[in-house]
Design a protein around this ligand. Structure first.
Ligand SMILES: [Mg+2]
Length: 235
């Protein structure tokens, strides 16, 4: 039976690589090593929740071109520190030191989203060609792919910093189609982000699978799934 699609274009963070688990583990280690627990950070769990919320917001701004990479890197920690008892006088310096360690350590974590390896094995066995398309940073994404063992599944890793355009910009998608030497109808995008992965696919009329682990079904994508294994019903 011939396949409807030839290429599967995967997002990396929050879709295959378990960003929240890996990031949380790294931050908890660093809060201890920087001796920040109890004084000033009374509730590490609250700090983590604040950080996750702020980080997502900063990434939205980065993806819209409204925040640069360097600002993103320290701002997310600085704001979370200030909400958790660190004075504004010392928060910037602390954020710089904390972030420097975080960006080296976090990509070396290897937790994957449930079902990631199983679904990649399944798709590889069906001879789909698979690539990654990510808005993450070059130095981090290659380490994540290598350490987590994801490298072996993908022919290409397309990183927005190299493409000179970020999802959802059609330029990024056309650059990928060009590199794959294929047409949009031969591809399907899989990702968790409505504003980047799915909006980008919609912008170039590419089919898509919206990974929504919270179980919501509202999407502009072609399909919505709660678990990666549901991809078997589609591909
Ligand atoms: Mg993502």
């Amino acid at each position: 039976m011939s396949l409807k699609y030839e290429h599967i274009i995967w997002d990396l963070d929050h879709t295959l690589w378990d960003f929240d688990t890996n990031s949380t583990e790294t931050i908890l280690e660093l809060l201890h090593e920087f001796d920040l627990i109890e004084k000033p950070i009374m509730e590490p769990q609250k700090f983590l929740e604040d950080y996750i919320r702020i980080n997502r917001h900063c990434w939205d701004l980065y993806q819209m071109g409204e925040m640069d990479k360097e600002t993103l890197r320290y701002t997310r920690f600085q704001q979370a520190f200030e909400l958790n008892g660190v004075s504004s006088e010392s928060s910037r310096e602390l954020s710089d030191r904390f972030c420097e360690e975080y960006v080296v350590r976090c990509p070396k974590k290897n937790a994957l989203i449930d079902g990631a390896v199983e679904i990649l094995d399944y798709l590889k066995a069906k001879n789909y060609k698979m690539c990654i398309m990510t808005n993450g940073f070059i130095e981090a994404q290659h380490v994540k792919m290598h350490v987590s063992g994801l490298n072996s599944y993908f022919d290409h890793v397309f990183i927005s910093e190299n493409l000179k355009a970020k999802k959802p910009d059609p330029k990024a998608y056309y650059a990928v189609l060009n590199a794959l030497n294929t047409k949009v109808e031969n591809c399907i995008m899989i990702g968790d982000s409505a504003s980047s992965d799915i909006q980008g696919a919609v912008n170039v009329a590419m089919d898509s699978i919206h990974f929504l682990p919270d179980g919501s079904t509202e999407t502009k994508g072609t399909h919505a799934i709660k678990e990666l294994m549901q991809i078997k019903e589609i591909l």
